[in-house]
Design a protein around this ligand. Structure first.
Ligand SMILES: *[C@@H]1O[C@H](CO)[C@@H](O)[C@H](O)[C@H]1NC(C)=O
Ligand SMILES: *[C@@H]1O[C@H](CO)[C@@H](O)[C@H](O)[C@H]1NC(C)=O
Ligand SMILES: *[C@@H]1O[C@H](CO)[C@@H](O)[C@H](O)[C@H]1NC(C)=O
Ligand SMILES: *[C@@H]1O[C@H](CO)[C@@H](O)[C@H](O)[C@H]1NC(C)=O
Ligand SMILES: *[C@@H]1O[C@H](CO)[C@@H](O)[C@H](O)[C@H]1NC(C)=O
Ligand SMILES: *[C@@H]1O[C@H](CO)[C@@H](O)[C@H](O)[C@H]1NC(C)=O
Length: 494
């Protein structure tokens, strides 16, 4: 199958080339690294009957000018011209035979130089067909040399430090240029420049710029040079020197008389490490029983009032001196920490529990009152104006929907009424709600009060009688209950 296909392609190519059945086959492009070797292919496809090859010439074609590289002549032999003499050879030994075969004049180009980059022409001089030629473009590559370096072995961070280059990454003499990227947790920026060399290579230089500080110490910086599929990575760790960062530890706010073995410790973060610690009191001198050991101030014996004061620790390294301080006070008795406050969940739980309990109690009270009222109503069918019902719903769902349209809009007490007696918003949270479903089982939690005749008198003027849109959905013998209600905070608070 493939043999047939190959034959078919061959036949087509022969047909296309028509009468001039000869052609020169070459690769369109070829590339190789500096110092390596490449094979520049050149095949002469002869026709049948074959034409006579008079000479084969390889030429370098650059900037519009041609330069001979190598010549193969059937009678004169082979000639490789000086600049290429040591580096160019014909691949097929048959080219050099006394009766040479010049169909394959592929050359091997070794020890490539950047200056070899050019187009190379392979030209066949034939009789009687004339010249046939083709061309290959040779690209010479140069793998960049990568190098990473710290700008200085140690960087000194001072409070006044400005942005500075801490590391440099080079991708030198690459063709094409290597691509530099940085991988680091450091906050900083890369400043990259490209330098074109006369020989066609490019040197890429990237500086990593940061403001040196305590935080940049020991940070890792990785430079990655990407060149084709290659990734060349190199890492450094910054060494940043900084003055001490000082805190004084050891005072727990509970130094009481006769407490034993108290001490203060001067803690410093510094690079290089702190060389000298100095302790002093802000006013006066250190207590006589104080003993300094390295960064620790020990107090021998029991605590006395003499220990109180402001202690200062000066820590010094090569870069500078910084201080930490603590104010020590002495109490007569141990400072017993207050009992642990119950957690928020517990306290809110207790509140909820209490509220639920209250609701249950009020509900029970309401039931008892309700039963009591029913009893009374059976016997008392007279004047309801002296007997008002207060429906409190302080515990009802916030924003409960008043189920009796329409709502009275002028639910207000006269101007003279004091705040105590002002009604809260109807149906609003903590408000008093009048509902025709007050007797539903689920509404039992709404406390239901009956104001006694005597007490109710003071509310008479403020009684708000609601016109119900419909009869309440309750038992027949309860109808009379819903003719009016007293809404009163005061009642609620009873
Ligand atoms: C090619 O030509 C350019 C200008 O056309 C010139 O600058 C360059 O040097 C030439 N290169 C060579 C190898 O002759
Ligand atoms: C080869 O190089 C020549 C000029 O140097 C250019 O005109 C031609 O397009 C190139 N061919 C290929 C296949 O790159
Ligand atoms: C190209 O030139 C640079 C300097 O200009 C040199 O360092 C480098 O080695 C050269 N590269 C080659 C492959 O000759
Ligand atoms: C310490 O001395 C300063 C002045 O040097 C003074 O203002 C301050 O009140 C003194 N503090 C104590 C606790 O004596
Ligand atoms: C404290 O200082 C002594 C010398 O005075 C030294 O031998 C010791 O290692 C130090 N200890 C610490 C924890 O620095
Ligand atoms: C002692 O110091 C602690 C912490 O510094 C502070 O909370 C407390 O009020 C101080 N007591 C007195 C008596 O100054």
């Amino acid at each position: 199958m493939t043999v047939l296909a190959t034959l078919w392609i061959y036949l087509i190519s022969v047909c296309i080339s028509g009468g001039n059945a000869q052609m020169v086959q070459m690769d369109p492009t070829k590339s190789g690294y500096v110092g390596s070797q490449v094979e520049l292919r050149c095949l002469f496809v002869n026709s049948n009957p074959p034409v006579k090859i008079s000479q084969v010439t390889w030429q370098k074609f650059l900037n519009g000018t041609k330069q001979n590289v190598a010549i193969a002549n059937p009678t004169m032999g082979v000639s490789v011209l000086p600049p290429f003499k040591d580096r160019v050879t014909f691949k097929q030994p048959a080219v050099r035979h006394r009766t040479p075969s010049l169909e394959d004049t592929t050359i091997i180009f070794s020890n490539l130089r950047l200056s070899d980059e050019a187009a190379y022409i392979c030209e066949y001089t034939t009789f009687p067909a004339g010249n046939r030629e083709n061309m290959v473009n040779l690209t010479v590559l140069a793998r960049p040399v990568t190098r990473m370096s710290l700008s200085t072995p140690t960087i000194v961070a001072r409070p006044s430090s400005q942005k500075m280059t801490v590391a440099t990454c080079l991708s030198a003499n690459g063709k094409p240029p290597g691509i530099i990227s940085w991988e680091t947790a450091l906050k900083g920026e890369a400043q990259t420049e490209e330098i074109r060399n006369p020989n066609g290579t490019v040197t890429v230089r990237s500086d990593y710029v940061v403001v040196p500080s305590r935080e940049t110490h020991k940070q890792k910086l990785t430079c990655v040079v990407t060149y084709y599929e290659e990734r060349i990575a190199d890492s450094v760790f910054l060494n940043v020197q900084y003055e001490p960062e000082v805190t004084v530890e050891g005072f727990d706010g509970n130094w009481y008389l006769n407490r034993q073995d108290v001490k203060l410790v001067c803690k410093a973060d510094a690079n290089p490490p702190v060389a000298v610690y100095k302790w002093k009191m802000l006013n006066g001198s250190l207590p006589t029983n104080a003993e300094i050991r390295n960064n620790t101030l020990f107090f021998k014996g029991p605590v006395t009032y003499d220990l109180a004061g402001i202690y200062v620790c000066d820590a010094t390294n090569n870069i500078g001196t910084r201080s930490g301080r603590v104010e020590v006070n002495v109490t007569e008795f141990p400072n017993i920490p207050p009992r642990e406050i119950p957690q928020k969940e517990h306290s809110s739980g207790a509140i909820i529990g209490g509220a639920v309990g209250g609701v249950v109690l009020l509900g029970l009270a309401a039931i008892i009152l309700f039963v009591f009222l029913r009893r009374r109503q059976r016997t008392f069918k007279g004047d309801y104006s002296t007997k008002k019902h207060v429906y409190g719903n302080g515990y009802s769902k916030a924003g409960g929907i008043p189920s009796h349209p329409p709502l009275p809009k002028n639910l207000q007490y006269p101007e003279d009424s004091d705040d105590e007696k002002k009604p809260t918003q109807i149906g609003g949270p903590m408000g008093f709600e009048v509902s025709d479903h007050d007797f539903d089982g689920e509404d039992l939690k709404r406390p239901y009060f009956t104001v006694d005749e005597g007490e109710s008198r003071e509310f008479d003027e403020r009684t708000l009688a609601f016109q119900y849109g419909h009869e309440p959905d309750i038992n027949d013998d309860m109808v009379s209950q819903t003719d009016g209600s007293v809404i009163s905070k005061k009642e609620w608070y009873v």
